[in-house]
Design a binder for this molecule. Structure first.
Ligand SMILES: CC(C)(COP(=O)(O)OP(=O)(O)OC[C@H]1O[C@@H](n2cnc3c(N)ncnc32)[C@H](O)[C@@H]1OP(=O)(O)O)[C@@H](O)C(=O)NCCC(=O)NCCS
Length: 161
């Protein structure tokens, strides 16, 4: 059996070669995220099956800008700026998609966010969904903004309770 591992990457050592997930915009964003990780601005995680890189995601603590009523109630002193763990990008390699890996990784990230909420002072886990990943995040319980950007993406968040 090939062992799967999930670990924080050492960003200065990242030499992945092509990582294809079927969405060129996400692939380009991932390259930006690696550079941000190299500047210490992101935690970069990689999942491998044996030596093969099969999934990646990045995390950082930031704020969610939102005027949503539920969110405003969470942070009455600053209703438009909600402390949040942000997931800028998650991607599963083509050929491994649709096998439950993304769901497992999201379970890991949601548990991490809930467990770390008291330490980090975060109220939500936030991300931006693409048109093709929209249903994926709805199923996981993420609320969504009614505002859709020109590329079809929109803000999503999970309130951490
Ligand atoms: C979105 C993504 C992370 C989900 O990971 P995954 O391992 O394919 O997800 P799972 O197998 O756990 O769940 C698959 C579900 O996700 C949805 N999905 C979204 N994009 C998909 C894709 N390209 N291939 C397969 N399923 C996809 C389907 O609705 C599917 O639902 P179903 O089980 O009812 O058919 C992955 O498909 C991916 O990397 N896509 C390209 C990059 C991207 O869109 N990233 C998210 C935006 S940051």
């Amino acid at each position: 059996m090939i062992e799967e591992t999930l670990a924080l990457a050492a960003p200065h050592d990242v030499q992945w070669g092509p990582f294809v997930c079927g969405d060129p915009q996400i692939e380009a964003k991932l390259q930006e995220e690696v550079r941000a990780a190299q500047r210490g601005l992101r935690a970069l995680y990689e999942m491998r099956s044996g030596a093969e890189l099969i999934a990646v995601f990045t995390l950082h603590v930031g704020t969610l800008q939102a005027g949503h009523g539920v969110l405003a109630a969470l942070s009455p002193e600053a209703p438009l700026s909600i402390p949040s763990l942000h997931l800028p990008v998650i991607a599963v390699r083509t050929g491994h998609q649709g096998t439950g890996l993304g769901t497992r990784l999201m379970d890991f990230i949601m548990t991490l966010a809930r467990n770390q909420a008291p330490n980090l002072g975060i109220k939500t886990l936030s991300l931006e969904s693409t048109p093709t990943s929209d249903a994926f995040y709805t199923r996981l319980g993420f609320e969504r903004s009614s505002q859709i950007w020109s590329d079809g993406s929109r803000a999503r968040w999970l309130v951490l309770r």
